[in-house]
Design a protein around this ligand. Structure first.
Ligand code: HEC
Length: 160
């Protein structure tokens, strides 16, 4: 009984103090409860942040596309080295081996180091800078993908 009496006194005291102070503001209530109010982002702020995120993603994609286009260090990811090695063995190594009719393309630091998909495409497809025969290679004989694979393989061997 004594405890219930104490509680009653406390509640009455609280009621009096609330009445005395009037209505507590939202800030006062939050302060009393230990809640730090968080700033609510406006719709415009959310839209702005979303647009910035989309722009950042697009910029990153553009950077990757540029790296792919330049071929700088990306040809291994573009072409498949294993497929390229098989292609090279059947189509190129007859001439492009040490002591062959064509320059060695596979030794580290050889002419192969400068090879990437962009340089290899006109060379093989149109025969620009390549002896005829064997070039030019038409698409049914050597697809764009196969040329990318060859570039990946040659560059990985020669250290391009
Ligand atoms: C019949 C022989 C022969 C075959 C087959 C051949 N090439 Fe060549 N290739 C040559 C010769 C010869 C040259 C040198 C041309 C020159 O310097 O004028 C050359 C040059 C090149 C070059 C330029 C090298 C440099 O010095 O910059 C590349 C790259 C190349 N060949 C890639 C290939 C690839 C890839 C294949 C296979 C799809 C291939 N070649 C098949 C004979 C051949």
């Amino acid at each position: 009984m004594a405890r219930r009496g104490t509680l009653l006194v406390a509640m009455i005291g609280l009621a009096i103090s609330v009445a005395a102070c009037g209505r507590a503001s939202q800030a006062e209530i939050e302060q009393a409860l230990g809640i730090t109010p968080t700033a609510t982002a406006s719709a415009a702020e959310i839209a702005g942040a979303t647009e910035a995120a989309v722009r950042a993603t697009m910029a990153a994609e553009t950077a990757v596309a540029a790296a792919v286009a330049s071929g700088g260090g990306r040809q291994v990811a573009l072409g498949d080295v294993t497929r390229g090695s098989r292609q090279f063995l059947t189509q190129c190594s007859g001439c492009h081996r040490v002591g062959g009719a064509g320059p060695d393309l596979l030794s580290p630091g050889s002419a192969g180091a400068a090879v990437n998909t962009e340089t290899l495409m006109p060379l093989l497809r149109e025969g620009i800078g390549h002896p005829v025969p064997p070039g030019p290679y038409p698409a049914p004989l050597l697809s764009d993908g196969a040329i990318a694979d060859l570039a990946a393989y040659i560059a990985s061997e020669a250290g391009g």
